[in-house]
Design a binder for this molecule. Structure first.
Ligand SMILES: Nc1ncnc2c1ncn2[C@@H]1O[C@H](COP(=O)(O)OP(=O)(O)OP(=O)(O)O)[C@@H](O)[C@H]1O
Ligand SMILES: [Mg+2]
Length: 272
């Protein structure tokens, strides 16, 4: 639906900009004297991929915990669909969390369970469905992610890249609006890392999710991001699209680009 309206002068007023799907506003997280985050601002539009990149101790995990409502900021606010997470009571927050899917670092699959039981876990916890329906939904998701007929395998029988896909299938089971990936390429070889990047892009295209990726992998960030945010000592020190980041004069951005070891100009996906 268009929301244009006629102006008194005869012109057409443009529609107001869509509100950000996820918005972090002036977030601070302090632990005693240590500021893990200071004045962090960022917004992610619906369907976009934001990559938050930073070195060790930059504040990535702290920000991730705040985004999923596991921790609260000492100042500032996080809004999802315009709703302030801090305004929610515990039960409401639990309900709200179903809008967020999380793919943990190293996948965090339960080794004692086969793929079916791992992926079905959130459905069995939160939805009252017949077992046949649970199995059908699990198989459908696995197929959509390019993993047919792995339901009876155990995590130890899968490659790192396959485990990541299984973890993503599990995160998608409750049909979240936002997917958060914690260091999705860490511990993977470069070829598998690029496949995981493609998986993140395909998931956005197929399921229309908004994605937040926490990473220290600049090659991956430049390949998948609509917007890259560089976090250092608890602050976002540079933000921009891949092309802007590649040309940024910021010394920390340059350091990340140089240490990625590949010619930066070759890393950016061609876009229209
Ligand atoms: N519970 C806590 N108590 C005290 N300090 C903390 C706590 N959690 C994090 N910090 C501090 O906040 C800062 C940011 O930590 P955080 O774990 O968010 O970094 P990170 O970017 O995830 O690093 P890494 O890449 O090493 O995982 C660090 O200085 C850390 O020591
Ligand atoms: Mg961390």
């Amino acid at each position: 639906m268009t929301t244009t309206s006629a102006r008194p002068g005869g012109g057409i007023e443009p529609p107001p900009p869509a509100p950000a799907h996820l918005r972090v506003e002036r977030v601070e997280r302090r632990f005693g004297d240590v500021y893990a985050l200071r004045d962090v601002n960022l917004s992610v539009e619906r369907g976009q991929i934001a990559v938050i990149i930073g070195g060790s101790g930059a504040g990535k995990t702290t920000l991730l915990k705040i985004l999923i409502g596991l921790d609260r900021p000492t100042r500032g606010a996080v809004y999802l669909d315009g709703v302030d997470l801090a305004s929610l009571k515990d039960r409401e927050l639990n309900e709200f969390r179903k809008k967020l899917g999380m793919v943990f670092q190293y996948s965090a699959l339960l080794d004692s369970m086969n793929v079916l039981d791992n992926v079905a876990f959130p459905l069995r916890e939160h939805r009252k469905l017949k077992e046949s329906e649970v199995r059908a939904r699990v198989s459908e998701k696995l197929r959509a992610l390019g993993l047919p007929a792995v339901e009876n395998r155990y995590p130890s029988e899968l490659s790192g890249g396959m485990r990541k896909r299984v973890a993503l299938a599990r995160a998608l089971m409750l049909e979240p609006e936002v997917i958060l990936y914690d260091e999705p390429t860490s511990g993977l070889d470069p070829i598998t890392s690029r496949r995981v990047d493609d998986m993140i892009l395909e998931t956005r295209d197929k399921f229309g999710v908004t994605s937040v990726v926490i990473s220290h992998d600049m090659a991956s960030a430049l390949h998948i991001a609509d917007c890259v945010h560089l976090l250092a000592e608890g602050r976002i020190v540079a933000s921009g699209g891949p092309r802007e980041i590649v040309h940024s004069p910021h010394p920390l951005v340059r350091q990340f680009l140089d240490s990625s070891g590949i010619a930066a100009s070759r890393l950016v996906r061609d876009r229209p």
